[in-house]
Design a protein around this ligand. Sequence first.
Ligand code: PEP
Ligand code: CO
Length: 481
Amino acid sequence: MGATEAVHFARFGYGIHRKTAGYENPSRTCSICALMRDRRIKDWYPTSWQGRTAGQQPLYDDPAEVERVVAALNRMPPLVTWGEIETLKAELAAAARGERFLLQGGDCAESFDECSADFIAGKLKILLQMSLVITWGRRQKVIRVGRLAGQFAKPRSADTETRDGVTLPSYRGDLINRAEFTAEARRADPALMLRGYERAALTLNYVRALIEGGFADLRHPEHWELDFVQDAALAAEYRRILDAVRDSMSFVETVSARGPDLARADFFTSHEGLHLLYEQAQTHLVPEAGRWYNLSTHFPWIGMRTADPDGAHVEYFRGIANPIAVKIGPEMRADDVSRLVEILDPAGEPGRLTLIHRFGADHIERCLPRLIDAVRATGRTVLFACDPMHGNTETTRDGFKTRRLERILFELEAAFRLHAEHDSRLGGVHVEVTGENVTECMGGARGLDERDLHRAYRSSVDPRLNGEQALELAMRLVRFN
Ligand code: PEP
Ligand code: CO
C-alpha cells in the first residue's frame, strides 16, 4: 500500500478507490469524491457511514483480513445493473400512484446450505403464485421482489447467547458467522462475505435462467404444480384462478396479432442492507448516471433496529441511488419519520422511498395514523407497504418462535382499512414465506397449532409462512379493500 493510499484508508476506513494518489483532500483532488460532493449528495462517500455509530455490525478480530476481503469484493462484477434498478424505481413510483402493487417476500434469512435448485425454484414458485392471485384479484400489475440473493445478515436483540453456562457471540447470519453453538462457528469470519456474494450470484443466475426459460409462463402450468397444497378448497380456488387467467390470456392472444408476452416476468431482488462493509464493497459509481448505486441488489432496505436518522445505516443509504425501503416499528417517533424522509429522499424522487410498517396487530390502529400524518406533513410521496409478520411474533411454551396467520391477516386487513380511512394507500405487502412445507407459523386452512411446530420447523431465525399459508394470505388479501 502506497503512502497516499494509506492516508485514504486512515481517513475513510476500508476504502474502495482504485486510484492510488490524491486522497489527502478528497474534495479538491479526487475526481470521484468531487463528483460525489458537488452533485446531488453533500459530503457523502461509500465509507462516510464509518464516522457514525453503526448498530448490529460484527466484530472482526483481523482488520487486515477484512480490508483484503472488502477490496476483493469490490473488484467482483456487479450482481445487478443500474438499468434494472431504475426500471424497478419507475415501477415503485407507479405503485405509489396506485397503479401497481408490491409483493416482497422470501426467507427471513437465506442460508448457504439452501443455495440449491429446489429451494430457489420453490421460493420463486410461491412468489409467482401469490402474484398471480393478487394480479387477478386486484386487477393490478404486481411488482415481484424476492428477499433473496443477499438476505444473509440478521439483526439480533442480544450480542451474545448463553447455553448451559457457556456464552458465545450470537449467530448473525451466514454472511457473518455460523449457527452451530461452538466458539469456532460463532467467530465472525470476513471470508464469509465473499462466500455470500458467490451464493447471491449463484442464486440470481438460477432465478434469471428460470425466468428467461419461461418458468413464469402461464401457458405452462406444469411449472405451477401445487404439490404443497393439501387443502382441497384452497387448491380448487387456485386452479379456478389459473384457468380463468389462462382463458383470458388465450382470448387476448387470439384477438391480437402478437398477444401478451407471457413468457417474461420481471423479478427483482432485495435484502436488508445490514452489514455495511458488504454493502459498501458493492457500491459503485455509475459514470453514465453520475450516481452511486449498490449493485448487489435492486432494492435494499434498512431494518427497524438500524433506522436511527443519525446512525450509520441511514448515512450509507442516503448516498446510493437505488430505490430503498425502511422498516418502521411502533417505537418510531413522528419527528424521526420526517427526518428520515428528508434525509433519504431530499429531492422527492418518485419511487425512491418505501416505508414498510410492521406494527403488529395490537398496535397498528394506534401507530399507523400517526405515521401517515408524519409523512403527509413532509409533503412527500412515499410508497407504503405492510409487513404483517414482524410485529406478530410470539414464543410458545415449548420455546418455538411462531406467528398466527389470523393475527397476520388481522394486521393486513387493518392496514388496508386505516390507509383508506386516512386518505392514504397501502401499495404493497412484505412477507416471510418459503416454498417448503414447513410448520413454523400456526393457523391457516390446515389449522396448524402448537403441536405441529415440532414437525417441520426449519428456520434458524423467524418463522415463515409455508406455501399453503402464503397462498391463503394472497387470496384473503385481495378481498381486503
Ligand atoms: C426482517 O425483515 O427479517 C427483520 C428483522 O425485520 P425488522 O427489521 O422489521 O424487525
Ligand atoms: Co425476519
